[in-house]
Design a protein around this ligand. Structure first.
Ligand code: FMN
Length: 158
């Protein structure tokens, strides 16, 4: 079965998670689709779709929302997995609810809060100030949750 991991990323972390998922499933059976390069991919021939994005100021990227709403009926006929990158653990569930349509969430075979990273070298001045002020973080850190990603992939392949 061919799997597409369809994602977007702001500073590169969701792309890293998409690559981890691809390696776990098997690179020869998985295609990665970056919505920044391909905003409206044709998914008719793909039976398993994994969709992911990251949370900035409480919201997932509009391109992820647009893809999900545009392809909702088609997605509901396929095997679907949803993942989200973020650093504000207490808000994960609420952010996830706002990120994906409810019909797609209940249809999903598995979901994943994949953790995230603060990459100061990739942030602009305003983003650095926000992260310092709101999260109290002053230097780059990585909290990608590899065991949660492993669980997610196992559930998707079960
Ligand atoms: C300016 C800024 C705002 C953020 N806001 C949130 C947030 O509201 N909730 C959250 O869980 N994570 C938040 N994050 C953390 C990001 O989701 C995290 O950096 C993630 O790994 C980004 O993934 P990406 O590089 O694929 O976009 C924020 C990060 C930045 C830089």
């Amino acid at each position: 079965m061919l799997t597409a991991v369809i994602y977007t990323t702001t500073h590169g972390t969701t792309a890293k998670v998409a690559n981890i998922i691809r390696k776990r499933i098997g690179p020869e059976k998985t295609v990665l689709i970056d919505l920044r390069e391909c905003p409206d991919p044709d998914i008719t021939e793909i039976s398993r779709i994994i969709i992911g994005g990251s949370i900035h100021a409480g919201a997932i990227q509009p391109s992820v929302k647009k893809f999900c709403s545009r392809h909702l009926n088609e997605l509901l006929k396929k095997e679907v997995g949803l993942f989200m990158c973020g650093m504000n653990r207490p808000n994960y569930a609420e952010q996830f609810e706002n990120a994906f349509p409810s019909g797609l969430r209940s249809h999903a075979k598995s979901i994943c809060y994949a953790g995230g990273e603060f990459l100061f070298e990739k942030m602009n001045l305003l983003q650095r100030m926000i992260v310092k002020k709101i999260a109290g973080i002053r230097e780059s850190m990585s909290k990608i949750d590899r065991s949660e990603i492993d669980r997610f992939v196992s559930e998707m392949l079960a």
